[in-house]
Write a protein that binds this ligand. Structure first.
Ligand code: NAD
Length: 277
């Protein structure tokens, strides 16, 4: 255990299964001595009019999440359900943590979803509906605001806490594989990172993001058409080859580490790929 992490608690949002990038970060933080609180997407009392198919998906997702946390991080790690698109679910989580007297020293936001990517196909931006656009923005960008605000309002986020989200080079560049609608949402996430860094700096809270290498192993990554080919080409074009989940975890721990005066930064953890072109 590293003494500077002693007694620190960090919320991890975005583990689905063993392939989730958030799990690599959680594992590393746990090795440093951090107490983890992990949230997973599942059915909540705030969902209304769910179809049986959606309810089944949410129940299975939450079961996979709790199994993964118990097996990979241990049965004592706290878990909670969270759908970041539902204000009631976000508020319930914050209230639950407040009642338990939890003080969070950090948040890892590793959450994204874009319904225009389906069955190995991504819609062109001109075909994206208003609802699909807003949906990707809601889950993948606005949720960082909603979650952080709720935790601050319930006095769960400690002064000096660090907020970190995961982004991708496709936030600012047109990639060789389609990243269309979700790319726009990632741009918003990064812009939110800068504005929140300014606003929350007054409370001593830091807000940063990491742009990670393409990673086709996770569920979100595997769904993106052409990502496996991009993994191979980025690997050959990056000076160091693609960054690994362990590199992401170490960079995340650095940005989350206590008493660090770094905020509003978008850090490339990509083996140097982003310096090219
Ligand atoms: N895979 C990549 O190539 C790559 C590269 C750079 C950044 N990222 C980012 O890393 C983060 C984690 O992605 P990953 O690749 O580990 O995939 P993943 O599928 O394991 O993680 C995505 C997570 O988002 C969660 N989620 C979706 N909708 C939600 C909702 N409404 N409420 C709560 N949670 C919800 C899912 O349950 C899942 O846990 C994402 O932000 C992703 O964009 C991924």
């Amino acid at each position: 255990m590293n003494s500077s992490w002693y007694g620190k608690s960090i919320l991890i949002a975005g583990i689905t299964d063993r392939s989730s990038l958030a799990l690599a970060i959680a594992r590393h933080l746990q090795q440093l001595g951090v107490q983890l609180i992990c949230t997973g997407l599942g059915e909540t009392s705030h969902h209304a009019n769910l179809s049986e198919k959606s309810a089944q998906f949410l129940r299975k997702n939450y079961e996979d999440f709790t199994d993964t946390v118990a097996q990979e991080l241990g049965p004592d790690v706290q878990t909670a359900v969270l759908d970041v698109t539902l204000d009631g679910s976000v508020a319930e989580l914050a209230e639950h943590l407040r009642r338990k007297g939890t003080k969070l020293d950090g948040i890892v936001h590793a959450v994204a979803m874009d319904k225009t990517i389906r069955g190995g196909f991504a819609k062109n931006l001109l075909d994206v509906t208003r609802e699909e656009f807003a949906g990707a923005m809601d889950v993948s960008a606005y949720s960082l605001i909603a979650l952080t605000r709720s935790l601050i309002e319930c006095e769960v986020l400690a002064p000096g806490a660090s907020v970190l989200s995961l982004s991708y080079l496709g936030a600012s560049r047109v990639m060789t594989h389609p990243y269309k609608n979700i790319g726009v949402a990632k741009s918003a996430l990064e812009r939110i990172t800068l504005e929140m860094a300014q606003e929350l700096g007054l409370r001593g809270i830091r807000v940063n993001a990491i742009r990670f290498s393409p990673y086709a192993v996770s569920k979100a990554g595997a769904a993106i058409p052409g990502l496996a080919e991009a993994v191979a080409s980025c690997d050959s074009l990056s000076p160091l080859g693609n960054a690994r989940p362990e590199d992401l975890a170490r960079a995340a721990a650095f940005l989350l580490s206590p008493d660090l005066r770094i905020t509003g930064q978008i850090l490339h953890v990509d083996g140097g790929y982003s310096i090219g072109g």
